[in-house]
Write a protein that binds this ligand. Structure first.
Ligand SMILES: Nc1ncnc2c1ncn2[C@@H]1O[C@H](COP(=O)(O)OP(=O)(O)OP(=O)(O)O)[C@@H](O)[C@H]1O
Ligand SMILES: [Mg+2]
Length: 244
């Protein structure tokens, strides 16, 4: 099926291209999603999880096919977690982050389509990728260095936190790591509570089950994640590990 939007996005002089990628092709909405380069071009067509995780694949496919409805009307998020097995004790490298960013990318494309049709304009970027450990590093930076450095770090942290709280669709990656301190857990609570109360869709990824999330981050956080998402398990080998 021919997609006029995708055609326009290959024309570097078109308004959609410049809005999406910036005039030099390296900015725009695509850049400010904050997605790491190696996941940048993840789409359903290239999602590699179907064989190892058919149920997760079917869920992502279903969500992507009606992504505007799931985010804007049904307001349903997802909780992608690892199901460890003897060959992969921590459930790493099973495609959770890949699948989450796939949805984020499709949502941004569909939002651009809405914007161009004049249905719902885009003011701020509607999507954001936030890795929990990066958020914690930004949080901790506020308490290090000279007062000037702390001020800059504080402004940066609050800008990140505000985006994580308010964006239409957030991918909150690798939540619930053992390094979470009490004060940072309180920050996580504030973001997660705001998103759950405002019914903003969030895709969480974690190597922990919901029970383990509750143990690490407390029941208040776990119950808000549980109440605002559908859980999706990821199993199988670690695809980061090379095999001959
Ligand atoms: N089922 C799969 N088949 C082939 N490649 C895969 C599969 N799952 C993941 N990959 C690849 O493995 C790499 C790691 O995937 P990803 O980062 O999405 O895993 P993850 O589950 O988020 O891992 P972690 O728990 O460590 O965060 C990526 O390059 C991804 O494309
Ligand atoms: Mg991951």
């Amino acid at each position: 099926m021919q997609d006029k939007l995708l055609d326009l996005l290959t024309d570097t002089n078109s308004y959609p291209y410049v809005f999406m990628y910036g005039s030099d092709g390296r900015g725009g909405l695509w850049k400010s999603r904050n997605v790491p380069a190696k996941y940048s071009e993840n789409f359903l067509e290239s999602l590699p999880i179907a064989a190892d995780n058919p149920v997760a694949y079917a869920t992502v496919e279903k969500y992507v096919k009606s992504v505007l409805q799931y985010v804007q009307d049904k307001k349903i998020g997802l909780f992608f977690f690892s199901k460890p097995c003897p060959e992969n004790k921590f459930g790493t490298g099973t495609g959770k982050t890949t699948a989450a960013i796939t949805i984020l990318n499709h949502y941004l494309l569909e939002r651009l389509r809405q914007h161009l049709k004049g249905e719902q304009s885009i003011k701020d970027n509607p999507v954001y990728f936030c890795k929990s450990t990066d958020l914690q590093t930004a949080f901790n930076a506020q308490f290090r260095g000279t007062p000037d450095m702390q001020k800059v770090a504080s402004e940066r942290y609050y800008a990140i936190k505000n985006r994580a709280k308010c964006v239409e669709l957030l991918v909150f990656d690798d939540i619930a790591t053992k390094a979470s301190t009490e004060s940072f857990t309180e920050e996580l609570y504030e973001i997660i509570d705001h998103r759950a109360s405002a019914e903003l869709a969030t895709i969480y990824t974690s190597n922990m089950t919901m029970d383990a999330v509750a143990e690490l981050l407390g029941d208040r956080i776990a119950s808000r994640i549980e109440g605002s998402t559908v859980p999706v398990a990821f199993a199988g080998r670690d695809h980061r590990k090379k095999v001959l």
